[in-house]
Write a new protein. Structure first.
Length: 135
């Protein structure tokens, strides 16, 4: 039975590890993914020899790539939410999504570096945005 593979638009971040992790991941790819998906990946070798060779720069690069992709996913979710608002053009949607994502990231992931007043101001700004969007 012939079938078309699922085509990927956006590559995954593939982080290869050491020893058994590397073997298991290769088996999963070969047997469960590659027969059905045209797999596209951004590959990072996180095995000990490569981490030593790059002084752990490969680990930092892989983490940054994963953060970049997660931020893009969250922004797309927000843009989709704003697409239902007729008074917003695409530029408004992008700006609003970026602003709200930044507020979310600051208040949840970096709140220990912010003062209480800063966090309160960010929450107040987020609430004003939410009310404006629903208006």
């Amino acid at each position: 039975m012939a079938f078309d593979k699922i085509q990927m638009k956006t590559p995954l971040v593939e982080m290869d590890g050491d020893e058994m992790t590397r073997i298991l991941w290769q088996m999963i790819k070969d047997e469960l993914l590659l027969p059905f998906i045209d797999l596209k990946t951004e590959y990072y070798d996180l095995g000990l020899p490569e981490r030593d060779r790059t002084a752990d720069q490969v680990t930092i690069d892989a983490a940054n790539e994963e953060l970049y992709r997660e931020a893009g996913k969250r922004l797309n979710e927000k843009i989709t939410e704003y697409s239902k608002i007729p008074k917003f053009d695409i530029q408004d949607r992008l700006a609003m999504a970026a602003l709200r994502y930044s507020i979310l990231a600051l208040t949840t992931e970096h709140s220990s570096a912010l003062g209480d007043e800063d966090v309160e101001e960010l929450y107040a700004l987020e609430e004003r945005i939410r009310k404006y969007v629903k208006a």
